[in-house]
Design a protein around this ligand. Sequence first.
Ligand SMILES: *[C@@H]1O[C@H](CO)[C@@H](O)[C@H](O)[C@H]1NC(C)=O
Ligand SMILES: *[C@@H]1O[C@H](CO)[C@@H](O)[C@H](O)[C@H]1NC(C)=O
Ligand SMILES: *[C@@H]1O[C@H](CO)[C@@H](O)[C@H](O)[C@H]1NC(C)=O
Ligand SMILES: *[C@@H]1O[C@H](CO)[C@@H](O)[C@H](O)[C@H]1NC(C)=O
Length: 406
Amino acid sequence: MDFCSSSKKAASSLALIVFLSYLLSSSSKLMCSASSEKNRSSIGGGGLFWSTEKEEGDFRKAEMDNSQKIEETTEEQISGGFSSLEGMLQWAIGHSDPAKLRETANDAQRLNELRKRQTEIKELMDKLKMPSDAELMKAAIADLNNSSSSLEDRLHALNTLLVLVEPIDNANDLDKLGGIVAVISELYNSEPEIRTTSAWVLGKASQNNPLVQKLVLDHGGLLKLMKMVKSSNLEEATKALYAVSALISNNFNGQELFYAQAGDLLLMDIMSNSSSDIRLLRKSVFLVADLAESQLQSKDELVLPFLGNRLFLKSVVDLTTSTDLDLEEKTLMAIRSLLQLSTTEALVFKDFCNLGEALEKMRQQFEKLLADEDLREYVRDIEVLRREVEFIFSQKLEKVVSRVPT
Ligand SMILES: *[C@@H]1O[C@H](CO)[C@@H](O)[C@H](O)[C@H]1NC(C)=O
Ligand SMILES: *[C@@H]1O[C@H](CO)[C@@H](O)[C@H](O)[C@H]1NC(C)=O
Ligand SMILES: *[C@@H]1O[C@H](CO)[C@@H](O)[C@H](O)[C@H]1NC(C)=O
Ligand SMILES: *[C@@H]1O[C@H](CO)[C@@H](O)[C@H](O)[C@H]1NC(C)=O
């Protein structure tokens, strides 16, 4: 995949060399055009060649129309088989746009040279072979750990890690290679872009990964990330909140630490500030929903008393007045879980948060939006969720009412 995307960027003359070397070596190493038609695989390099050209954007329209024909012919040629290398090259030339090929390959002499350089090309291909993920991570971590590394090197190293830590095995290896400490150190870099990307890497590596979560928590990453959430740099704040969320999701130790560091106030400050950025709002209420759900699953273990706090609940319910459907949906999910907690009180939702009115206003808003064809389907889904919340709310209220003697 990496090879494919890099080859797309290559100049078309390189594409030709790759194509020729593919023909010469007749190996299937380069079969990354992921053709589902396996029968073409023995000469699938042709597919690579042409798709490369198409992706370049400088492919002339006439050629585009021809490419299908060319590919079909390729199959015929396979069944016939090429008697010689010469035959393959002749075929390659014969089925290419002559003008373009002349431009690139100039003349037969050039092709002969290419053939002579077959070994060189093979060596080059071996050198081009991608290093393993672990090797790449090691190199990136070494760049971070090297005090002489330029800002550019650091950013490049972090962006490399960002891609590499996605698979869980790589994320686990990150610590073995000393990467977690290295990336946490970059949270203290004076350059916002470096801090932002570091937060992003830590968030990605921690996502659904209890091992990495624990390591980042043990190395003191959470407190620094929580401070970064308050940054006036929006990108930094957003990525930091993403990382905080990934770090404490389904992690009780992380949640306790979050609470001990006034995480509830951090979220409330965002949720009750009318100038808050929409992405921060969505991430905040998503985290609330996640925490409430996690609390709901844990039953006895009460880690987050603030989830029952009336001011906190009101700052969540007030988000229902937003006109951003995504935020409204996430808010409804948060309320749905919060309502089911034994630590929240129905009357607080009713009298202090005015949840009944809020839900009715949402109903009216959604009804109007149903007229919009583009939104209709999405709005219907959210309305189902809204009704569910309404139902859970009424049940919670009923329990209270039936307990009160009349
Ligand atoms: C590949 O060839 C076999 C046998 O010639 C044929 O049955 C099959 O349908 C072909 N598959 C494709 C994807 O063309
Ligand atoms: C650190 O980086 C500098 C500059 O890029 C480089 O010359 C040096 O070899 C690196 N040191 C290590 C230990 O990799
Ligand atoms: C980082 O560099 C220090 C020396 O400057 C070295 O002791 C440490 O092992 C290095 N860590 C990694 C992960 O390369
Ligand atoms: C509300 O958010 C804006 C924008 O992030 C910020 O400048 C302001 O200080 C915040 N207000 C309060 C009271 O936190």
